[in-house]
Design a binder for this molecule. Structure first.
Ligand code: IYR
Length: 205
């Protein structure tokens, strides 16, 4: 038990968000297996209120990049506010998102606020943000374990993804997950490496 817990921690602690992706292809079946892992996540009423739109198509990637950068330009030009922009400065991010075209796969992660049940009735789903977030965590861990890097990208708002992915209005895009290999020489901001110690993030009673 101890050895397994430590081995999993040793693996996950080496995961870092990457912002420069190589265009080297990643086989589709690896992504499929990792998505099956995401689909095992605990969720509200076992409705499994998520949908993963997996983009490998260059034209769709181009459309996503154009729409995301439009939102990001507004964000960095002032919509974010000074406090938020100051918090991001140590990461060195800006409105340019070339990785949206360079990475082999983009996974648009939607929460289904409603979904069609087996009997064809549109039913309400529960704990959608929580369920989608947990599934996303499983997905990121699975991709990492497979040897892939990810970036949890969140242009805001992300309504453009419904259009590009042809998802209904009752689906909400939560995260645009960029998946691939890091570009040679890709770096990680020093700011992102420091993790809070256990005694700060947990209290035992
Ligand atoms: N979505 C923007 C801004 C951004 C916000 C947070 I909070 C981050 O941790 C990183 C970036 C962008 O992708 O640049």
């Amino acid at each position: 038990m101890r050895a397994n817990a430590e081995a999993f921690h040793a693996s996950l602690r080496t995961r870092h968000t990457v912002r420069d992706f190589d265009s080297r292809p990643v086989p589709r079946d690896i992504i499929e297996t990792c998505l099956r892992t995401a689909g095992t996540a605990p969720n509200g009423a076992n409705h499994q209120p998520w949908h993963f739109c997996v983009i490998g198509d260059a034209v769709k990637k181009q459309q996503i990049r154009a729409a995301a950068e439009e939102e990001e330009r507004a964000f960095y030009a002032g919509k974010a506010g000074e406090e938020w922009l100051a918090a991001l400065r140590p990461l060195g991010t800006d409105a340019e998102k070339p990785f949206l075209e360079e990475a082999p796969w983009l996974i648009c992660i939607f929460g289904e606020r409603k979904s069609v049940s087996a009997d064809g009735v549109l039913r309400k789903n529960y704990y959608v943000p929580e369920s989608v977030s947990i599934a996303t965590g499983f997905l990121i861990a699975a991709l990492h374990q497979a040897g892939l890097a990810t970036l949890t990208h969140t242009p805001n708002p992300m309504g453009f993804l419904n259009e590009i992915c042809e998802r209904p209005a009752h689906d909400k895009a939560y995260i645009l997950l960029v998946v691939g290999y890091p570009k040679a020489g890709a770096t990680i901001p020093r700011h992102a490496i420091e993790k809070r110690p256990l005694d700060e993030i947990a209290t035992f009673y």
